[in-house]
Design a protein around this ligand. Structure first.
Ligand SMILES: [Fe+2]
Length: 345
């Protein structure tokens, strides 16, 4: 197991890079924009392929590295379903899992610091974002923060994890890097309250100044979506409405880039092929499933995913690989559902 705790000294943010082996797939949690060059170098040095970048919540103190990492590595960007971000590639809900080769993160919805705060649990550790900090908790006075919800998230969810679970937060301002659930229960001053009301009082009277970066970071972090307009300008996009009329046509095939779990949850476009995005390169290469399928049938490939992010990147890759008729469904299944497109389970 490769595990790196990375630090941005400007915003005191911790980011976490993990992979099951050298040469394998990697995932990063809470990357910082200004540190992206550093992450890319590290990925190269460790011979890792970044496949997923995840944010625990919309940050107010730094600009996320999600968009930049997506543009430079074609990775999948992920946030929780409660996040107000314009577009990420994948949205996860409480109880879901985020998987890469050899590593799985359990998704725990832990609102309170913000209404879109999530924690991610992996084997012996939990990434708590700003929900639970070392000897502290994330403020609850902006971004739909709610001390009552935070109390429930901490005591009702995180404190139910085994005492020895390692706690890796999104920030630390005092030099601590890791703690445990048991240690925080015993020594975190914010958790030494007798009731939810006492916690709410405590949090409502912190009187903290707004973060310096807030006016810049929050708006920037809300708009990290890939511009699908570039792909549309090339003529490689089909609107959901137009795509619905193409279901069943014998000269094209819909290609679903989502993961099995996403397909089970929302259903798939009837008759579509399944080609999960992380393996797209192999599928498009000689001998690959899509390569052979297109060669054998002469069919046009119409990619789709959840929001059109992965499929936009897939079209660019397919066009580059010589699939000159490839296109994608603009806005993905999200747009498809809004246009009342048929879905099969
Ligand atoms: Fe935060």
């Amino acid at each position: 197991m490769l595990f790196r705790q990375l630090y941005d000294s400007v915003s005191s943010t911790y980011s976490y890079l993990m992979a099951s082996r050298r040469g394998g797939e990697a995932l990063i949690i809470d990357p910082v924009l200004e540190r992206v060059d550093h992450y890319i170098r590290l990925l190269r040095e460790l011979d890792l392929k970044l496949v997923k970048a995840v944010d625990t919540h919309i940050h107010a103190d730094h600009v996320t590295g999600l968009g930049e990492l997506r543009d430079r590595t074609q990775c999948i960007t992920i946030m929780g379903e409660h996040s107000g971000v314009d577009v990420v590639s994948m949205r996860v809900a409480d109880g879901d899992r985020i998987d890469i080769e050899g590593v799985g993160l359990g998704v725990i919805y832990t609102p309170g610091h913000t209404s879109d705060s999530y924690s991610f649990q992996m084997a012996d550790r939990v990434f708590t974002g700003d929900t639970l900090l070392i000897r502290g908790t994330g403020r609850t006075d902006f971004q739909n923060g709610d001390p009552r919800a935070q109390y429930e998230s901490i005591f009702g969810r995180l404190m139910k994890l085994p005492d020895e679970t390692l706690v890796y937060p999104a920030h630390d301002y005092k030099g601590d890097m890791v703690s445990t659930i048991g240690e925080e229960r015993a020594f975190n001053p914010r958790l030494q309250v007798k009731s939810i009301d006492e916690y709410v009082d405590l949090m409502n009277n912190l009187k903290l100044p707004n973060p310096k970066m807030m006016d810049v970071a929050v708006p920037a972090n809300l708009h990290i979506g890939l511009s699908q307009d570039d792909v549309a300008r090339h003529g490689w996009a089909v609107s959901a409405r137009d795509a619905i009329a193409l279901v069943g046509h014998s000269d094209l095939t819909f290609v679903d880039l989502r993961e099995e779990r996403e397909r089970e949850k929302t259903g798939a476009i009837p008759g579509s092929l399944h080609a999960p995005y992380p393996h797209l390169k192999e599928y498009l290469g000689t001998g690959g499933m899509l390569h052979e399928f297109a060669a054998a049938t002469g069919r046009r490939l119409l990619f789709y995913c959840a929001f059109g992010e992965r499929s936009a990147m897939a079209v660019a890759a397919a066009q580059k690989a010589g699939f000159t008729t490839a296109c994608h469904v603009h806005g993905g299944i999200d747009a498809w559902r809004k246009a009342n497109g048929p879905l099969a389970h």
